[in-house]
Design a protein around this ligand. Sequence first.
Ligand code: SAM
Length: 190
Amino acid sequence: MTEPLLRSARWIAADYMARALRPGDAAVDATMGNGHDTERLARLVGAEGRVTAFDIQAQALAQTRARLTAAGLIDRVTLIQDSHAQMAKYLERPPRLIDFNLGFLPGGDKSVTTLLPSTLAAVQAAMALLTPGGLLLVCCYPGHDEGLRELNALRALFSGIRPQEFNILEHVFVNAGPAAPVCFAAEKQY
Ligand SMILES: C[S@@+](CC[C@H](N)C(=O)[O-])C[C@H]1O[C@@H](n2cnc3c(N)ncnc32)[C@H](O)[C@@H]1O
């Protein structure tokens, strides 16, 4: 049987990452968590590239540091324990791609989740920081209350952006129920 083309919101995000990034690029993981996406990005940008990853939880930094060290990729990654809303303070060059995987740390404290005010501030900062032609990815989880608020607010924000600034797609599995994760992809046009 051939591989399915339509799998999950995260699979769609990973597919965009692979298509958007080239060796030597700069990329941001705005929600590092256990570091799966940080590792994916680090592989894609290569030894000359740079990944800057953010999380507010020390546990996430510890998990990600261990994962990237074991993979031999830690030298191309900067791990920062701060809110992604502060990302402009830390980036040395405009990233080609910024990825948000909203929500809480899998296997961690579910009360520590991304929150609408900082998510909105961070997404707006990310849109300004991207290099021309750069890509923003945001996965939302409307199966919990704050995730639903984030999805609705981001949908409203993105709907108001002029196409001359960004082309924005919302990927929704329309027959998977209202709690199904959603992936936004926004490509900078200027
Ligand atoms: C769904 S998890 C990310 C999973 C991760 N992409 C992975 O590959 O394992 C969301 C993460 O966002 C983090 N987070 C919550 N608020 C944040 C903020 N303001 N800035 C940065 N990270 C935040 C949480 O601590 C959690 O680890």
